[in-house]
Write a protein that binds this ligand. Sequence first.
Ligand SMILES: Cc1cc2nc3c(=O)[nH]c(=O)nc-3n(C[C@H](O)[C@H](O)[C@H](O)COP(=O)(O)OP(=O)(O)OC[C@H]3O[C@@H](n4cnc5c(N)ncnc54)[C@H](O)[C@@H]3O)c2cc1C
Length: 208
Amino acid sequence: MSPASKKADVLVEAAREVGATQMQNMGTIGGNIGTASPAGDTIPALYVLNAVIELSSIDSTRLVPIEEFFNGPGKTVLKQNEMITKIIIQPQGENEIGIFQKLGPRKAQSISIVNVAISLIMDQGRQCLGAKVAYGSVAPTIIRARKCEALLSNNCLTEELIQNIAKIAWKEVMPITDVRATATYRRDMASALLERGLYRLMRRWENR
Ligand SMILES: Cc1cc2nc3c(=O)[nH]c(=O)nc-3n(C[C@H](O)[C@H](O)[C@H](O)COP(=O)(O)OP(=O)(O)OC[C@H]3O[C@@H](n4cnc5c(N)ncnc54)[C@H](O)[C@@H]3O)c2cc1C
């Protein structure tokens, strides 16, 4: 990953999972947010990066934290005369590390069955000082997994902790059954993706 990509690693990974090459060349993050799909791939990454959305009309501009932008599937606080004109994120610090994990029905051009973005603030060892976890496709909008975050924060990132957090995630998500997957399968995969993501982050942090 280039030094610039490390300033928003989780968003870089999420953007690489949207559709396929054509989509990534022509589509925009504004369009991904504007679609307001609970399965939108860049949105969980923007949640864990604390993104703020600038909405502009001819007369005014306002800033909305990303978590307050969505009202439900396809529904946002965007007024008829407004559009997204900026997506503002703070660059990640040296001790922040993130990852995006997606499960779709195939490798490309696939809407997420479940996706998860994770961002951790680490100390020099394995101690996690702060954590953000955001899930897609498990609720009417993207959700933060706050119980998982609380368990991760101020704890040492061990295999035992990761396995416990994966069990908490199973209970914390609120998926439905639809054409892409059953609710139970989504719960299982939400748990598995978080577990896999945290193991990968642990290894990346050790090998950085
Ligand atoms: C084959 C296919 C595969 C796809 N795969 C994925 C996937 O893997 N992951 C994923 O997340 N999505 C996927 N999508 C959904 C979508 O194409 C992407 O989310 C893409 O990012 C949309 O960007 P766009 O610029 O083309 O938006 P558009 O299609 O032009 O717009 C989408 C919506 O957002 C609104 N909008 C666009 N820009 C703004 C703005 N600046 N301000 C306010 N509203 C705005 C539009 O009015 C419209 O309602 C897929 C779509 C297709 C057709």
